[in-house]
Design a protein around this ligand. Sequence first.
Ligand SMILES: Cc1cc2nc3c(=O)[nH]c(=O)nc-3n(C[C@H](O)[C@H](O)[C@H](O)COP(=O)(O)O)c2cc1C
Length: 215
Amino acid sequence: MEFDEVVRRRRMVRNYDPDRPVPADVLDKIVRHGLRAPSAGFSQGWGFLVLTEPADRDLYWSSTTEGAAVEPVWKGDWLTRMRNAPALIVCLANKSAYLDRYAQPDKGWTDKDEAHWPVPYWDIDTGFAALLMHLSAVDEGLGSCFFGLPVPTIAKFKDAFGVPEEFNPIGTLTVGYRAPDKKSPSLKRGHRPVDEVVHHGRWTAPDPSRSARAE
Ligand SMILES: Cc1cc2nc3c(=O)[nH]c(=O)nc-3n(C[C@H](O)[C@H](O)[C@H](O)COP(=O)(O)O)c2cc1C
């Protein structure tokens, strides 16, 4: 598929054919593409948990969707359809890998102070990798959806899968062959107009009253 087409066809898919597994070599290729993502200082402080066995997927869904503190938004019918996905890739970020990497002599933040970081690059880099996997799935004729984990379930999820303390799940990708889906109500918002979002040269047009005041 041409890259333009991959970008144009990309959308979050929330229903899958439960009887059609993703071939292991295809899933492996998708995951490996993600590992080509850029990362600050080439830290690569990410980790991915790939779940294809039904019992593992069941454990994922039970550990992340059950519990009194899970808000209703996590219990909608979109999640029921998501459970049809034959593969899940949980994307996890490791902040300490970045703090360690940037304490090295070529970076020099030996105090490991998080205040140096304009934004959490560990989360950004893991997100970049997730997007590459998402696009690779589209390129393979598959569907995929990135979605978050409810905060109150994160400890339970990590415990269930033996995830080390320093890794934090930033979200999960479902991957599989597409099945008839419902359109997300969010799509009613439409794409924001380019002119509203993209600014060339200056953020705002020059304000004539400002130059008048200066004279
Ligand atoms: C960080 C992030 C979190 C998201 N979380 C959810 C989610 O929890 N549930 C869901 O159905 N979609 C989720 N989405 C998908 C968005 O709803 C979707 O990208 C958006 O509505 C635009 O639709 P499109 O990607 O199909 O163009 C998430 C997307 C991103 C980037």
